[in-house]
Design a protein around this ligand. Structure first.
Ligand code: C2E
Ligand code: CA
Ligand code: CA
Length: 563
């Protein structure tokens, strides 16, 4: 038996050991007394037997136990025990006090050592089950707790009594690379305390990896889980604090429901993780009932990246073009290239489904290269028939961290015999915040090539215009969420108005995306916005349809009210 198993055994049977060991130790001590008396008195060596119950007690009960037993032992062999029973000669006080002093020294020292070993073993056991940075129970603890769940058939009314919820921080890589691992620790601790504050305090929150938390709940009703997920998302809407910064956490929630344990615990964690991954694609919490059908759905999603690779090679990807019209002149001189994937059996797969997945792998670099290459090829084709158009391509944060990105763009421009003025790159403000210094460096090089950089989805992040002014960016695209209800919501109108005025003051142009009706278009003109893009003007179109649409209009867009 190792020391660790011995102490575990002692702690597990503490009560029983205490009730049995206490009388045993006392009996032992009294036995020593009689041995000493019957062997002739304290001058013989048998009094040393008293060390045995003292050490025994110190090992079992620690310093206090060792000390108390030492005092009792010292008194038992104290003033009433003669040096020699035959002569009845009493002990000198110094004699028994000195002995008791030794008993106390040994009892307390052994007891302290025992306490030390015990607490060290406890700490080791604790650290096996906990994350050292956040002090939350870890994956090992979760696996042990899942293992302890019932393996038996559930009752009829409890179809899925168990529910494992996995909450993952999708933008953890960005946070880690910009602010370090400590920032992740801080965010996860804040996430955990928000969950604990809002749910029952006894809810155990596990940290299963650097950017993942798990909750193991007993739950059976679908609606309750859905509401729970909704509440969870609400707890994480507020930014997280790290030093003086406020950081946004991109939260994905995956849930697995199961009725009993038939697989290894890691199987259930893996399924919850896959559910969270699907949630990321669908942008909503994902609840998975463990059965064969949903398993294959996950596999399908995991396969998506593989299929995307194939799509790149087999020309299933195309670009559609959506015009951005000049609101002052109606000129159609700009278009945004938007990727379309038509899979031979799955049909049209929207970019919102495959781009975020590609962004989590290096495949995004190939997708961006394809988009720029294809868009420039189209610019050349149109140029040949007399259309001069600047095309905007969406790029991702990862592209900026790719060391050869600027070189790649330059090579593509050369390949098509174009200069940078034919190309615009759209980047979301959040993607610029990953690594601001690197972004400034890369974007400066790109603008030196004559390329225009614009900030996409402006208003959805946390950056201000004053801040963006520091970046080599000359256009902002106000997010469609502000434009879609421009005609009905005064708040949106004030925001757009303020953004346009401020942008103009710092020499930036403004594009409004998501123009779906005439009224919004009119308001944008009134406000003085520079460009407009949206379904009202034109949906994104295949290149040939775009050219037809433009020709029909004679290259200038006249909205009905402008006529
Ligand atoms: P985005 O860059 O914000 O693109 C604008 C999206 O708004 C497009 O969706 C477009 O079809 C849609 N849209 C345009 N006008 C309107 C309107 O009036 N009303 C509404 N409700 N929507 C409008 P799409 O094509 O589905 O693209 C979605 C997102 O996928 C894009 O958002 C962009 O972030 C990403 N994406 C698309 N193509 C590419 C690409 O080649 N590379 C990268 N990295 N991302 C891309
Ligand atoms: Ca865009
Ligand atoms: Ca946008």
């Amino acid at each position: 038996m190792s020391i660790s198993t011995f102490y575990r055994w002692v702690d597990q049977h503490k009560r029983r050991i205490q009730t049995l060991a206490t009388p045993l130790i006392l009996t032992f001590m009294i036995a020593v007394y009689f041995i000493v008396i019957n062997t002739g008195g304290i001058k013989y060596v048998f009094s040393h037997s008293m060390y045995l119950p003292i050490v025994f007690s110190a090992v079992l009960f620690g310093a206090l136990g060792g000390f108390t037993t030492a005092i009792i032992g010292g008194l038992i062999l104290g003033p009433f025990v003669p040096i020699d029973t035959l002569t009845g000669e009493a002990q000198l006080t110094i004699n028994w006090v000195f002995r008791m002093g030794f008993f106390v020294l040994i009892g307390t020292t052994v007891g302290l050592a025992s306490d030390g070993i015990r607490s060290y073993i406890k700490h080791l056991r604790w650290s096996v089950r906990h994350d050292n940075a956040s002090y939350l129970p870890n994956r090992f603890a979760l696996e042990a707790d899942i293992k302890a769940l019932s393996t038996g058939e559930p009752k009829k009314e409890e179809k899925y009594p168990y529910c494992l919820t996995l909450i993952s921080l999708a933008n953890s890589k960005e946070i880690e690379t910009s602010f370090g691992m400590t920032a992740l620790d801080h965010i996860l601790m804040q996430m955990s305390s928000r969950i604990k504050k809002e749910t029952q305090a006894e809810t155990v929150v596990y940290r299963t990896s650097s950017d993942q938390l798990c909750l193991l709940l007993k739950e059976s009703k679908e609606l309750e889980i859905k509401n729970f997920c909704k509440r969870l998302r609400k707890y994480f809407q507020e930014p997280f604090r790290f030093n003086a910064l406020q950081l946004h956490g991109d939260i994905q929630i995956g849930v697995v429901k199961f009725d009993r344990i038939l697989q290894s615990p890691s199987y259930y964690i893996q399924k919850a993780s896959a559910a969270a991954l699907q949630a990321e694609i669908a942008n909503a919490p994902n609840i998975l009932e463990l059965n064969h059908g949903s398993d294959s759905a996950i596999v399908e999603n995991i396969e998506l990246l593989g299929r995307l690779k194939e799509a790149l090679d087999s020309k299933q990807l195309k670009l559609h073009y959506q015009p951005k019209i000049d609101l002052n002149t109606g000129a159609i001189k700009h278009a945004e290239a938007l990727m379309r994937w038509h899979h031979p059996t799955l049909g049209a797969i929207p970019p919102t489904k495959f781009i975020p997945r590609a962004e989590r792998s290096t495949l995004i670099n190939r997708l961006t290269e394809f988009a720029i290459d294809e868009a420039l090829r189209q610019v050349v084709r149109w140029k040949k028939v007399g259309f001069s158009l600047k095309v905007a391509v969406n790029i991702s944060a990862q592209n900026l961290t790719q060391p050869s990105f600027v070189y790649q763009v330059m090579t593509l421009l050369n390949k098509h015999g174009l200069d940078g003025s034919s190309l615009e790159l759209e980047l979301t403000e959040n993607s610029l915040m990953h690594n601001v210094n690197n972004a400034i460096e890369v974007l400066t090089k790109l603008t030196k090539l004559g390329i225009v950089v614009s900030i996409d989805d402006f208003g959805t992040g946390y950056s201000s215009l004053q801040y963006l002014q520091k970046l080599p960016v000359s256009i902002i695209k106000i997010d469609k969420s502000f434009i879609l209800n421009l005609a009905t919501d005064d708040g949106s109108r004030y925001i757009v108005d303020a953004a346009v005025n401020l942008a103009h003051k710092i020499d930036m142009k403004v594009v409004a995306e998501g123009v779906e009706d005439q009224q919004s278009l009119n308001i944008l003109k009134e406000i003085g916005c520079d460009y407009a893009q949206g379904f009202f003007i034109s949906h994104p179109l295949p290149a040939s349809d775009f050219a037809k649409w433009r020709t029909q209009l004679g290259g200038v867009y006249h909205s009905p009210s402008a006529d």
